[in-house]
Design a protein around this ligand. Structure first.
Ligand code: SAM
Length: 424
């Protein structure tokens, strides 16, 4: 699908239709998404507040609908793609087997509990207990795909060691398939020279480092028994570009071994954690998106979407949200330089999304996530793909005769509004 894929040309498409129908059309034109975020009605069976518009009462069909939708979503995901689904505990255990069925249980990445209520703010005094959590289930299309992560910055004050060896050759050996050089105490010096890009960081291989770390395990299994006070260079134990890793065996004062890490390899990934806590955001969430964007149907914190979008996508990627609601996904995608296709079939919610877009365009989106201007002053690039874009995208031969008419069901009034909304 030819969506803009550079940060200079973000694009969003809001389709006010039933999501199943739109997904069929997206499949016809071979659309591909890096992330699909589904925040369906939670099948509460309740009909109050804004829910009376949201068909949250059709309990029987909910699971069937989600199953059909998930199969379509699977087809629409890129091989590197992720699906994330929000749900509360009532349907969590029904939803998991449905998603496992479509993606395969081994493509389940994890369960992310999302804390949305404060334990001291109990409003529902008739309930049996105070439920603080919702859940996010994340799947990947291929089981080898990893989240996008940032690397920890190296702490320069720790990279202060330099190793010097004498000219006399070390003893050479092969241990567990690796070439190993062993230096006697008189053949080397380890100096504290202060920070330089070539300096090393020293780790004592005790506790978790000795048992839960690859280098630690290697030391314990293969090097500890070599004896005390030796410097050992192990070739092929990767140390980000060096091609080897230095170890020092224990001595009378320090039983544990030591290994040295180069600055280059200090960039360990910071793995995302599943302790999401939005209890402080939720009470004022009605303000996110600006005036007119209050939404009483499980409006999600922008910070949650930011977390998800940043671990599952890169700038320029395309995201699909088949349950648009108040447009949180679109807003955060815009702020982080991603493209979206957002589907929403309820006219009231559709209007909220339009207001949110207007607020974004006019800089009136005062609450919620702040723009990251380093991303490229996203709001200046806010533009909407023409509503005919889907029909104009070249389709494969099987569907070329029948370009999808995504906007066919719009009323005349909405059409006028949309031609304004989508005009660049
Ligand atoms: C829980 S809300 C989504 C809230 C959204 N994540 C947000 O942060 O504002 C679910 C939305 O899905 C919409 N929806 C439900 N069934 C739909 C369908 N078949 N097609 C399109 N939208 C649908 C509802 O109208 C509702 O606005």
């Amino acid at each position: 699908m030819r969506f803009p894929h550079t940060k200079e040309s973000y694009g969003h498409l809001l389709l006010k239709e039933d999501n199943q129908k739109v997904l069929d059309k997206l499949i016809q034109i071979n659309a591909e998404f890096q992330l699909v975020y589904m925040d369906p009605p939670y099948n509460t069976g309740r009909l109050r507040g804004a829910r009376k518009h949201f068909r949250d009462t059709e309990k029987q069909n909910w699971q069937k609908d989600i199953f059909t939708l998930t199969k379509k979503v699977y087809t629409l995901l890129k091989d590197t793609g992720f699906l994330a689904v929000s749900i509360n505990q009532m349907e969590l255990f029904n939803l998991k087997p449905i998603l496992d069925n479509v993606f395969g249980a081994d493509c389940f990445v994890g369960l992310f509990p999302v804390k949305i209520r404060h334990k001291d703010r109990q409003l529902m005094i008739n309930a049996t207990f105070h439920d603080l959590f919702e859940y996010l289930l994340i799947y990947r299309k291929k089981k080898t795909t990893r989240f996008f992560t940032q690397n920890k910055t190296a702490r320069e004050d720790k990279f202060i060691y330099t190793i010097e060896t004498s000219d006399s050759p070390p003893k050479e050996n092969t241990i567990n398939g690796k070439r190993v050089e062993i230096y006697e105490p008189q053949q080397y010096q380890i100096l504290k020279t202060g920070y330089s890009p070539a300096a090393l960081r020293r780790y004592i291989l005790a506790g978790k480092l000795a048992t839960g770390n690859w280098s630690g395990e290697w030391y314990e299994k293969h090097l500890r028994q070599l004896g005390n006070n030796l410097l050992v260079r192990v070739w092929g134990l990767d140390n980000a570009g060096l091609g080897f890793r230095w170890f020092q065996t224990g001595n009378a004062n320090r039983r544990s071994g030591v290994y040295f890490q180069s600055t280059l390899s200090a960039g360990r990934p910071i793995l995302p954690c599943n302790d999401l806590d939005f209890t402080e955001v939720v009470p004022t969430i009605y303000r996110e998106g600006g005036i007119g964007c209050d939404f009483k149907d499980s409006k999600k914190p922008e910070a949650l979407l930011r977390f998800l979008i940043e671990i599952c996508t890169q700038q320029g990627d395309l995201i699909l949200d088949p349950f648009g609601g108040s447009g949180t996904t679109l807003a955060v995608a815009e702020k982080t330089g991603r493209n979206t296709v957002v589907i929403e079939n309820n006219p009231i919610a559709g209007e909220v999304i339009e207001r949110r877009i207007d607020n974004l365009k006019q800089g009136l989106d005062l609450d919620g996530m702040r723009y990251d201007f380093s991303v490229g002053n996203a709001v200046n690039h806010l533009q909407y793909l023409n509503k005919n874009t889907l029909a104009a995208i070249p389709t494969n031969t099987a569907t070329r005769q029948m370009p999808p008419k995504i906007t066919a069901d719009y009323t005349a009034a909405t059409r006028t509004k949309h031609s304004l909304l989508f005009s660049k």
